[in-house]
Ligand binder design. Structure first.
Ligand code: PMP
Length: 360
């Protein structure tokens, strides 16, 4: 079996051990005589899989009983609407920080449901930094403050958790969840699409402080109502059972690696190596202010755009896949989530050095 190094931003590489376990259990999950995919979501077997996954996530991320953990569907994008429908109230308002393409999508969707106050934006600079919190213009009427700790496309990451005072802090953690330790108690709500650090796409994990449940607007679709999801253990309808199971395997794998502390150390080292290499080179460049460079998504450009195709062809030949940057920003992007081994980053750096020597 050949496993390529897959630098895709999502769906992203998964731990090989997790895929192997899923393969071993594919036809017969632990003597049940069936695949997890074929199990009733109400069966004892699946309920134990679901509960174990939730418990492991709670342990990994340090989620207290003050919070409900929900396994929802529709990806992170559906949360762009679900959050305002549940938290904004009728004729309500919310504060949003604009640091990139995903922030903008969240803002656009929330604007359909109420007044959105953009407290700060780094759009004029091409989203290369995070505006200092002392300059944010928050509004007194905001029901919550929303931000995107890691902008997957731009490769921009907050190196601080905003202080939102008494206003619930809401974070789209899709591309940073479980990549390092986190103080969940600072947040009112966290959501994360699974396809980066958690599991298969489509699944979205929501961690919500329980006092924020029960506030959904009347017209909120039942499937988007956090209270309904919490009351039904995320099984109001048939949940994404196989994705939930796979997420559970990833949580077990993470625990075996030493949890988020160990992941944080590894991720810092992986990203540090790559940025150090880019900075030391005349051929590659990254535009983000060093303080706010993402540990998860590392965009870089070549000195000459005309060499992009050749760079990608050579990378593919070495099994270094999906390095092409997002179509909206161009260049390259290496996504190096938890499951990307350090050896993958080393292989990428070796290739980049060789390409610069030969073509630079
Ligand atoms: N937010 C962020 C930060 C993302 O990176 C993504 C996906 N790349 C999304 C939201 C949208 O996720 P989904 O495709 O699961 O809706």
């Amino acid at each position: 079996m050949t496993r390529a190094y897959n630098f895709c931003a999502g769906p992203a590489t998964l731990p090989a051990e997790v895929l192997q376990q899923a393969r071993e259990e594919m036809l017969d999950w632990q003597g049940s005589g069936m695949s997890v995919m074929e199990m009733s979501h109400r069966s004892d077997e699946f309920v134990s899989i679901a509960e174990t996954a939730e418990q492991d996530l709670r342990e990994l991320a340090g989620v207290s009983d003050d919070y409900a953990v929900l396994f929802m569907q529709g990806g992170a994008s559906s949360q762009f609407a679900t959050v305002p429908l549940n938290l904004m109230g009728t004729d309500g308002a919310a504060d949003y920080v604009n640091t990139g393409i995903w922030s903008k999508k969240a803002i656009a969707e929330a604007s359909r449901y109420g007044r959105v106050n953009v407290v700060a934006s780094s759009e004029d600079s091409g989203f290369t930094f995070v505006p200092d919190q002392s300059e944010w213009k928050t509004s007194a009427e905001a029901a919550y403050l929303h931000y995107t700790p890691n902008e997957t496309i731009g490769g921009l990451e907050f190196d601080f958790v905003p202080d939102s005072g008494a206003v619930p802090l809401v974070a789209d953690m899709s591309s940073t969840m479980l990549s390092r330790p986190l103080d969940v108690s600072r947040f009112g709500l966290i959501y994360a699409g699974a396809q980066k650090n958690i599991g298969p796409s489509g699944l979205v994990v929501v961690i919500i402080r329980k006092d924020l449940l029960g506030k959904a607007r009347r017209e909120t679709p039942t499937m988007m109502n956090y209270q309904v999801m919490a009351d039904n253990n995320s099984m109001y309808n048939t949940p994404a059972t196989y994705s939930w199971y796979l997420a559970g395997l990833v949580f077990k794998w993470l625990k075996a690696q030493g949890g988020v502390e160990a992941m944080g150390r590894l991720n810092r080292r992986k990203a540090g190596k790559l940025y150090d290499f880019v900075d030391a080179s005349d051929f590659y460049a990254n535009p983000i202010a060093p303080r706010f460079r993402s540990w998860m998504n590392v965009p870089f450009v070549l000195a000459d755009d005309a060499l992009n195709d050749e760079f990608l062809t050579g990378a593919n030949a070495r099994q270094l896949l999906n390095l092409k940057g997002h179509r909206s920003v161009g260049g390259m992007r290496a996504s190096i989530y938890n499951a990307m081994p350090e050896a993958g980053v080393d292989a990428l750096i070796d290739y980049m050095a060789e390409f610069a020597r030969e073509r630079g």
